[in-house]
Design a protein around this ligand. Sequence first.
Ligand SMILES: [Zn+2]
Length: 285
Amino acid sequence: MSPRLASSRSVFVVPLAAVLAAALLASCSSASPDASASRTPSESPVSAGPTPSPQAGSAEPEPESSPAETEEAPPASPTPPAFDATARSIDDPSSLWVVSDKLRPLDPVDYAPTDLVTPDVASQNPPTLRAEVAAAVVEMFAAGEAEGAGAFQVQSAYRSYALQVDVYGGYVQREGQAAADAQSARPGFSEHQTGLALDISPIPLSCPLKACFGDTTQGRWLADNAWRFGFLLRYPVDKVEVTGFMYEPWHFRYIGPELATEMHETGVTTLEEFFGLPAAPDYAG
Ligand SMILES: [Zn+2]
């Protein structure tokens, strides 16, 4: 029922290869400006799980057709450690992999993160996010701008249970519950309450929280590159029946680089499908 493996480019080793190539070809041509060294995973403490050892299983002595014959070690590990989909909880609201949808309320329903910080980025209102997410957003915005996508700002980030009560309640009052449910999560069901999700807009502001954001240079760049920084476009245009939410090209959910890379490489675009969970088109009651 789901078109998996839509595009499984094997980009796993590209950053390292690109950096090497850029170093070697520095004098040749300026045709590849993309290796701007902006992806430094050094400050993400997420690698709690399997750390790929550089010595792991060095099988092949030489890459077949390397254009340069430096004696640098070839890009390591042709066989990265297998991805373990059970490495983190999908139920614990403090887990980077928590799956929150219309069938999966946060537990406890009024969960609040304990490590919220304010990232140093442009924003409509001073946002807060969990510390690891905040660092990743700063890195992602800088990379997007450096790679020619333009400037970004945070439209909305962490929202508490109490605030979501107000937001959702406002929709219900103005438009009724059905319309509210199509546009806003009920309190306890919002990814924004985890401190792992944020809404992004361009600078200068255009198409805020609208589908046309997906056609801006910023929106296109995010759709293609957010995974590199551990983010997922959580509500894709073709998965409304799975996620229960309309297309939201501005809403990005942090899941960490490990899972984001795995989803990117396998072409699975929703957490529900990746973890084998039922589609959540609507609330249970
Ligand atoms: Zn959002």
